[in-house]
Design a protein around this ligand. Structure first.
Ligand SMILES: [Zn+2]
Length: 405
């Protein structure tokens, strides 16, 4: 009997616009692409959308370094990413940008709804400030000596030698990674999303079996275990604002305050789909409305689970949108047992692979000589740097966000 035609919306994580795609990224897009093609071949109405993730301090600083505007940087990176995706045969139905009118509109609407429902609070916090660059510093832009093991040159949030996590104020001899001068503490009013308001909802959404519901399973069992640990640690308010200078969307009625990039990034899924709706005459609410019967699947790496299984469903619930049907998390492509990483230089870019390693489409047989030549060309790709000495972190902290600003 033919299966009922399903409406399915699929996303992959949004690649960040401050660097090229590498093979670690492609692990995700290729598996998502295969899954989407399978659904389409079965005759279902299935859309695959994605976008460049464009906001935040790293993009702003990189543009400054290159002497161009953030808009110029993200336009160039967006074109490079799309070229790489096309040459790998990834079949998006729409590829867009988080720096778009659609995204600004939806983020603003979500914020207004959350605010109206009392899920946003404000309070003044102390934060590290670079007195030379005149800007607040994200944790990753502060370096110093580990307060526990005294290893120098560690980031402001964790030690790569002993695995300790701490706040930047605990670092010994802290300096700004931007100017090299010691940061000063400065007060600033920040906006918070009250995640604790969604404790019961999240518990029900993540652990349906506790409520004798074996049908609505949204995450893999291993993921649910991890999330249970995070629940035990408590649902703290989430800081969703950043001070100028910042590349992003300004918060309505709050001059000089911007939405933290992680607030607008997942909304980029909705914005990219909205853009597709305009092109193809689809109805946005059929897929994102509270009562939508369509299926929504997010493919992500395990490093961004925290955002996709806590903040994201809570934001959607609070703002009156539907929640994901499932979040599929995968592991990392590893080099010598460690994650293939841009920041550590242990990666092969998508373009290097295409230029030097991709099998020629026209000649499926590979001669030994050809193979040896291919192997030798690996040396002309970016050579993996020597990773900094790093101890394995305890499991409890092994899953960390991949971007911090
Ligand atoms: Zn340490």
């Amino acid at each position: 009997m033919p299966e009922k035609k399903r409406k399915i919306l699929v996303t992959s994580a949004l690649p960040y616009a401050n660097g090229p795609l590498h093979l670690g990224h492609l692990v995700e897009y290729i598996q998502t692409d295969i899954w989407v093609r399978f659904q389409k071949m079965r005759g279902h109405e299935c859309y695959y959308v994605c976008a460049d993730d464009t906001h935040g301090t790293p993009v702003m600083l990189r543009a400054q370094q290159e002497g161009i505007t953030p808009e110029q940087l993200i336009a160039r990176m967006g074109a490079e990413h799309q070229r790489d995706f096309a040459d790998f045969g990834i079949g998006f139905d729409n590829y867009y940008s988080t720096h778009s009118d659609e995204n600004r509109e939806i983020v603003t609407e979500i914020y207004r709804r959350l605010s109206k429902a009392g899920h946003i609070s404000r309070r003044t916090i102390k934060q590290a400030y670079d007195p030379v660059k005149n800007m607040f510093l994200p944790d990753r832009f502060i370096k110093g000596t580990c307060p526990r093991c005294n290893t120098p040159d560690q980031y402001g949030d964790s030690c790569e030698n002993c695995g300790a996590t701490y706040s930047p104020t605990e670092l010994k001899n802290p300096v700004s990674a931007l100017s090299g001068v010691p940061p000063v503490e400065k007060d600033s009013e920040h906006f918070f999303f009250k995640l604790g308001d969604f404790k019961d909802f999240l518990r029900m959404w993540l652990f349906p079996r506790e409520h004798k519901n074996d049908r609505d399973i949204h995450v893999q069992a291993e993921v649910a275990n991890k999330l249970d640990e995070w629940f035990d640690a408590g649902l703290k308010d989430w800081d969703i604002s950043r001070d100028a200078p910042y590349f992003g969307f300004e918060i309505p009625d709050a001059p000089g305050k911007y939405f933290y990039v992680w607030l607008d990034a997942p909304v980029g899924y909705m914005a990219s789909f909205k853009n597709l709706c305009a092109k193809q005459g689809l109805r946005f609410d059929d897929f994102w409305g509270q009562d939508s019967h369509a299926e929504l699947y997010h493919f992500i790496g395990k490093d961004i689970l925290y955002f996709h299984t806590r903040f994201w469903p809570a934001m959607l619930e609070g703002a009156g949108f539907r929640k994901p049907t499932s979040v599929f998390a995968h592991g990392f492509l590893t080099v010598n047992g460690t994650k293939m990483s841009k920041s550590r230089g242990t990666f092969i870019t998508a373009r290097s692979y295409l230029n030097h390693l991709a099998p020629p489409a026209s000649s499926p047989s590979v001669s030994a000589e050809n193979w040896a030549r291919k192997r030798s060309t690996r040396n002309c790709c970016k050579k993996p740097g020597t990773p900094r000495k790093r101890s394995r972190r305890p499991t409890k902290t092994a899953i960390t966000p991949r971007r911090c600003a």
